[in-house]
Design a protein around this ligand. Structure first.
Ligand code: SF4
Ligand code: SF4
Ligand SMILES: [Zn+2]
Length: 265
């Protein structure tokens, strides 16, 4: 198995996973979405709320604010020395003390720790009018997407099979396949001899339109064990850290499974 990165920026990455069974590709996708822990607000204490929104609506909105996460500094609460009570090793507090008139944004929260704060400062929470006040303490902890979507480190995490496209000898260059392809995968303009070439195999959706229109049965499309992944991060963790953490989690789950099998045998 091998991973080749096609393109990446701060929040997005496209990569090809080569030579993997489809079950592994799917497990990798699911692990990135639902098993990599990130921080999110777990509960809030409301000391004063004279805004037009109920406490519950504020709690829901605050819970969805993505929070920068440092996995080396925090424990999952169920694995923490505090036994899940909550301590500086497994949770962090944010305080909000504001008065209208103003729009309250995620950036108005004051964190106990300079490094652990909302990923974006400009997420609106509520508009306060003159005289309205909010005094809230929000407590965040690590969690996983399997438990609640607010703990998901990625908003998009999908893959598709990269096919192998073969143009056979009996192709008569009629170009019917080029015209039928809705994703501009095939072309003849860039080839020296006017022959059909595969211009952009990564764009192929395996719709098989080219195969349907080919009267010579000269085009062959087969599935491979290579997968093009498209991942969009939310920002709590760098995307590459999400990928490596997901692989570590899968590895430890596989080792655990092996141990169980050995015990049974
Ligand atoms: S439709 Fe078939 S015969 Fe025509 S160019 Fe495409 S592969 Fe060749
Ligand atoms: S399978 Fe569909 S997308 Fe792929 S090359 Fe053929 S027509 Fe284009
Ligand atoms: Zn703890």
């Amino acid at each position: 198995m091998k991973i080749e990165i096609i393109d990446e920026d701060e929040f997005n990455i496209r990569f090809i996973l080569y030579d993997a069974p489809i079950a592994f590709a799917n497990s990798f996708r699911r692990a990135m979405k639902s098993l990599v822990p990130v921080m999110a607000v777990d509960y809030i204490d409301v000391y004063l709320n004279s805004s037009y929104l109920f406490d519950e609506i504020l709690a829901h909105r605050i819970g969805l604010i993505p929070i920068k996460t440092d996995l080396s500094r925090f424990n999952m609460q169920n694995e923490c020395v505090c036994g899940g009570e909550g301590c500086p090793s497994c949770q962090i507090s944010f305080r909000l003390n504001v008065e209208g008139p103003k729009v309250v944004y995620s950036g108005d929260f004051v964190s106990d720790d300079e490094e652990i704060k909302p990923v974006y400062d400009n997420i609106p929470i509520v508009e306060l009018f003159k005289g309205q006040q909010l005094m809230i303490e929000a407590v965040a902890r690590l969690g996983i997407g399997k438990e609640h979507s607010k703990f998901q480190p990625v908003s998009i995490c999908a893959y598709k099979i990269v096919p192998e496209i073969k143009i056979k000898e009996n192709c008569n260059d009629c170009k019917a396949c080029v015209e039928a392809c809705p994703r501009n995968v095939l072309d003849s303009k860039d080839s020296k001899d006017g022959k059909i070439i595969v211009k952009d195999v990564l764009n192929c959706s395996l719709c098989m339109e080219c195969v349907k229109v080919c009267e010579e049965i000269a085009i062959e499309i087969t599935e491979t064990n290579n997968y093009l992944f498209t991942v969009e991060g939310i920002g709590q963790l760098p995307i590459k850290e999400v990928m490596t953490k997901a692989l570590e989690i899968l590895k430890s789950k596989a080792e655990e499974m092996n141990k169980l099998i050995e015990e049974i045998v």
